[in-house]
Design a protein around this ligand. Sequence first.
Ligand code: ADP
Ligand code: MG
Length: 364
Amino acid sequence: MAHVQLKHVYKRFANGVVAVQDFDLQIEDGEFLVLVGPSGCGKTTTLRMIAGLASISEGELWIGDRLVNDVHPKDRDIAMVFQNYGLYPHLTAYDNMAFGLKLRKTPKAVIEEKVREAAQVLNIEHLLARKPKALSGGQRQRVALGRAIVREPQVFLMDEPLSNLDALLRAQLRTEIAKLHQRMQATVIYVTHDQTEAMTMGTRIVVMKEGVVQQVGTPQDVYNRPQNMFVASFIGAPAMNFLSGRLQVAGDEMFFQSASFQIAIPVQRQTRLREAGALNMPLILGIRPEDLIADQDIRETTDRALLPAAVERVELLGAEKHVHLRALGQSMIARVPARSEIEANSSVTLTLLNDRIHLFDALT
Ligand code: ADP
Ligand code: MG
C-alpha cells in the first residue's frame, strides 16, 4: 500500500474549462478518502488524473515515493472501479476477475487461488461461471470489486461504484466496501455525490465545488464545523437552515442581530469574527434541523432566541419527523423524534440555542 500526494494539481481542458484547481493534499497510506460534491465539481477528473487516464496540466502527483505524472496508467499500480462496472461482456465473472493477472503472466494456480479467495470474500463464488448479462447490478459490481482486489494494487480508485444500484443494495454494499477496506488496510480514494456515503465511509472527506476543494476533514469535523455555507448545506440532510443578519458589537459582547431577534455569540466563536474585524458586517446564522427545537416552553435570554413559527407540513420517517415550518418569512425544517405531537397547521415556538448555531461570512 502507499500514500498518494497531490501537489497543487490543476486540470485545464482544451475548451478552457478548469475542472480542478490547486488540489493539494496528502492521502495517507491505508486511508479511505472520499471526494464528494455535486455533479460537475471535478471529482471524476481528479480520479482520472490519479489513475493516469487524464493528463495533469500543472502540479505533481506522487504515489508512494514515485512521481508519476508521466507514468503510464498500467504502471501506476492502481485499480479502478467504475459506476458502470466496466466488465468485459464476453467473459465470465471468473475470467473478468482473472484478466489483469493473466496479462501479467501470473501462474494459473495462483490466479485460481486469488480469484476464489476474492469471490469468497465478496460472496460471489456461485456466480463465477456466469457472464455479466446474467448478473444483477449488485453482483456485477461485486465482480468488478473482485477484479480490483485480486490485483492487490497500491491504491484503489472508485468512481461512484454504487450509484447505479437501488437504495437497499447501495446501503448493503456500502457496508461491505467499508469492511473490505478494514480487512485489507488498503488506500482507497472514493468518489461520490452522495453525502451519506461520504459521511459513513470516509476516514476523511474532501468537499469540492466547481473544481475547488472547500474543506478536508473527518466526517465529524465537516459536519460539526463546516467552513462555509456550501459545505454546511451540502453535508447533512435535511440541509442546514440559514438566517441572515448582522454582527453587532457592544463592548465585550457580540451579537447576531436579525430584523426580529438577537442572540449572543458564544465567546469561543468570537475570535474569528474579531479577526475579520468588521463591525456590523453581514452574517449568516446556520442551524441544523436537529438543533432547531420546536415547542419548548422556556424564556428568552441572551443565550437563546425564540421565534414564532407556523407548521406547514409534518413528514413521518419512521424514527423521526421532519417538520416544515415558516418563520421570519422563510421556510425552515426541524427534525424531531417520531413521538413528537407537532401537527400541520399549528403554531410553535422555535428555540435557537447559541451553542448550537453556526456563523458564516455572508460573502463566501
Ligand atoms: P464530476 O465527476 O464531479 O461530476 P467531472 O470531473 O466529470 O465532474 O467534470 C468537471 C468539469 O470538467 C465539468 O465542468 C465537466 O463538464 C468538465 N469536463 C470533464 N471532462 C471534460 C473534457 N474531456 N473536456 C472538457 N471538459 C470536461
Ligand atoms: Mg463524475
